[in-house]
Ligand binder design. Structure first.
Ligand code: PLP
Length: 382
């Protein structure tokens, strides 16, 4: 079987499994305990936090471990809204965010806040002028993802950061898909909050972190003990944090640059095979402004609901949209935002996302399989 759905989640790297297993076996102490065992684990926690901080050029005390990007996103959006309710009740986001941003924004818009959902163009990016026009004196938060999980499209984070520099709105970035692939410097990019997750970088599920600019204060989402500098209650999950640390260490700039070249080559293999076989298709988004590992294709006249199960039966796992909405009959909100007048395109698109476990041969096989299925379905008049 071949796995081409790394944007949904990645297999856990063997090095990471070893670290987690060792930690589960040996690091049973509670990080909050004052005795030897607690202090020993505390040091390990500090080291892991340092690795995260260094990755995004943050300070040690700006990293808070959470259960993943969903929790990080919820914490920022809900708690900024709560903290700043008296200063303003307007928030800005985009129409293509992950549900863990969109649904929190929708919730707020039903509870006394106003939310602007910025449109995107057909490459999947917002127009900077739309953001400038949407900003108001009462805008308290702008939340925009670094890279989209369905198309890999990149947002102009640097320009957004510059735009917000002199504004009172705080800037949150959901960088879950970009972590370990795109270099992130929160200070240079003027980012106030950043959410990420370990399971997109060959780490375990259920662990992530939130970066929070130390100058900004928001109340905790989870109340309880004093863990994570009183910002995130709950007994510290050291084994998963250490697994995250091991996964993060595998994302060296050199490794990632090498993988980026390989993934772009994989994309080209798929594109060339489809072209050579005369199959009609278009790329959703922009190849030059997207994550190297993700490609979203419109295969004309081939409904993804029909194609994807057939690929799966033959052993190839790809997806129609994000895993969070897959399985529901809902059309992709991301593709709908990019191509609002073309429901056919939305329903005939698939996402392929590569990972370290894919080799060139696997990709050639996938390309051939795509041609085989599309040709068959066309003949059937699907
Ligand atoms: N944000 C984006 C862009 C994602 O791709 C995901 C992935 O599932 C999430 C948030 C949610 O992350 P988690 O699974 O850690 O809650």
């Amino acid at each position: 079987r071949y796995y081409f759905d790394h944007a949904a989640t990645t297999p856990v790297a063997p090095e990471v499994i070893k670290v987690i297993t060792d930690s589960l076996t040996n690091d049973f102490g509670n990080v909050s305990s004052t005795h030897f065992f607690g202090q020993r684990e505390k040091l390990k926690l500090r080291n892991a936090r340092k690795v995260m901080a260094d990755e995004i050029h943050a300070d040690l005390n700006e990293i808070y471990f959470t259960s993943g990007a969903t929790e990080s996103n919820n914490t920022v959006i809900r708690q900024v809204a709560l903290k700043r309710a008296n200063e303003g009740r307007h928030l800005i986001t985009t129409s293509v965010e992950h549900p863990s941003v969109l649904n929190v924004m929708k919730y707020l818009s039903e509870h006394g806040y106003e939310v602007t959902f910025l449109p995107v163009n057909d490459t999947g990016a917002i127009n900077l002028n739309d953001l400038k026009n949407a900003l108001r004196p009462d805008t308290i938060l702008v939340s925009i993802m670094a890279a989209n999980n369905e198309t890999g499209s990149l947002m102009p984070i640097k320009e957004i950061g510059k735009t917000l520099k002199d504004h009172t709105a705080w800037f949150h970035v959901d960088a879950t898909q970009a972590l370990g692939i795109e270099a992130i410097d929160v200070k240079e990019l003027n980012i106030d909050f950043l959410s990420v997750s370990a399971h997109k970088i060959y780490g375990p599920k259920g662990i992530g972190f939130l970066y929070k600019n130390q100058k900004l204060v928001i109340p905790p989402l989870l109340l309880g003990g004093e863990q994570e500098n009183k910002f995130r209650a709950g007994t510290t999950n050291l084994p998963l944090i250490m697994g995250f640390e091991a996964a993060m260490k595998l994302c060296t700039p050199k490794n990632e640059q090498e993988w980026a070249i390989i993934y772009r080559e994989y994309k080209q293999i798929i594109i060339d095979e489809l072209k050579n076989s005369g199959i009609e298709f278009e790329i959703n988004g922009d190849l030059d402004h997207s994550l190297p590992q993700t490609i979203n294709l419109w295969l004309k006249d081939i409904p993804s609901q029909v194609l994807i199960p057939r690929l799966d039966l033959d052993g190839f796992a790809v997806s129609a949209g994000s895993a969070c909405t897959a399985g529901s009959a809902e059309d992709s909100h991301v593709l709908l935002a990019m191509y609002p007048d073309n429901l056919k395109r939305v329903r005939e698109s698939i996402r392929i996302s590569f990972g370290r476990d894919n080799n060139k041969n696997d990709v050639v096989k996938l390309a051939e399989e795509l041609v085989k299925q599309v040709t068959h379905l066309k003949q059937k008049g699907q």
